[in-house]
Ligand binder design. Structure first.
Ligand SMILES: NC(=O)c1ccc[n+]([C@@H]2O[C@H](COP(=O)([O-])OP(=O)(O)OC[C@H]3O[C@@H](n4cnc5c(N)ncnc54)[C@H](OP(=O)(O)O)[C@@H]3O)[C@@H](O)[C@H]2O)c1
Length: 285
């Protein structure tokens, strides 16, 4: 009985990264479908849930990915709505690596300091990784703000987080580096979640800030998100702050992503979204 992973992607071309990690995580055959949405996914899901006997269904699993977080969430929910008792397979959501990256980053932050009660700022937090990181930090008890170059984009992301996770995140408009520097003035935790190759703040914005205790940057494409750190920073100290660069915590992200894939093939009722993936990240940290 082969372990089959159906890679359902909301983008036209299914992610090559997700495809490789699926094999590395233990899938024996990965079947990628691109351009999926709630309207065209039904027959694919029915094919996955009806074919194998109940005891064998754990050998079939679905991975939902793609670059658009809200499209991924809609597809993930649509697939789950087609399941019914006795006819379901394990499923995981990780649009643009959002859950695994945010879970790994926030788990590293939580291993370094107590998150509850701290002020946290997610810089450029409107993307898939930033939204998940903001939600996880808020669920851990931090007072979280999320920045965007446009206030409406920040506000929409905060609304989406509140609807999905029931936590409050504050929207902050920060159109340039100095505004983002100001946004972290009173923060103890900084998580940079900007697009690849964009320096969000420079070294002067954080090095002399005595409030900041810990920072993480998800961007591994130079210039990286936080000037004055290194993408290889691995929980080391810089200017009295604990620093996690993208490659520094990327090792856990990859291991976590693979571990999630392996877990999918253990129980056909498994649902892996932010909360479950974060629990696993904390166990692995
Ligand atoms: N370390 C890892 O293992 C790992 C894994 C996956 C992803 N990543 C990285 O994690 C980061 C976040 O991923 P993502 O998919 O969530 O990012 P994304 O959606 O591509 O971008 C996040 C946000 O960056 C802001 N942004 C874009 N261009 C900008 C510019 N020129 N100046 C300032 N802000 C800008 C945008 O916010 P506004 O338009 O709202 O301002 C955007 O919503 C990326 O760097 C990605 O490469 C790392």
């Amino acid at each position: 009985m082969k372990k089959l992973l159906f890679q359902f992607d909301t983008d036209h071309y299914p992610s090559v990264f997700d495809n490789i990690v699926a094999y590395d995580g233990g899938a024996e055959h990965v079947i990628g479908h691109g351009g999926l949405n709630p309207e065209n996914v039904k027959s694919l899901v029915e094919g996955a849930i009806f074919t194998r006997a109940p005891k064998d269904k754990k050998n079939t699993a679905i991975f939902v990915g793609g670059s658009d977080m809200s499209a991924g969430e809609a597809l993930f929910n649509a697939v789950r709505n087609i399941f019914f008792p006795g006819f379901q397979v394990a499923i995981m959501l990780d649009s643009n690596g959002s859950n695994t990256t945010a879970a790994a980053g926030v788990a590293k932050l939580g291993a370094g300091i107590v998150i509850a009660g701290k002020k946290a700022v997610v810089l450029a937090g409107t993307g898939p990784v930033g939204q998940r990181a903001a939600a996880l930090l808020a669920r851990e008890g931090a007072e979280v703000s999320l920045t965007s170059r446009q206030w409406l984009r920040a506000e929409n992301a905060c609304t989406a987080i509140a609807e999905r996770f029931g936590v409050k995140v504050k929207a902050v408009e920060a159109p340039d580096q100095d505004a983002r520097g100001l946004s972290i003035a009173a923060a103890q935790i900084v998580f940079a979640a900007g697009a690849t190759g964009v320096e969000l703040i420079n070294a002067e914005h954080w090095q002399n800030n005595s409030a900041i205790e810990i920072m993480a940057d998800a961007n591994a494409t130079p210039p990286i998100g936080i000037g004055g750190i290194d993408m290889l920073d691995n929980g080391n100290q810089r200017h009295g702050k604990i620093i996690w660069g993208a490659i520094g915590f990327g090792t856990l992200k990859l291991a976590l992503h693979r571990a999630c894939i392996a877990k999918l093939f253990t129980d056909n009722k498994l649902v892996l979204d932010a909360e479950e993936i974060f629990s696993l990240a904390k166990e692995m940290t």
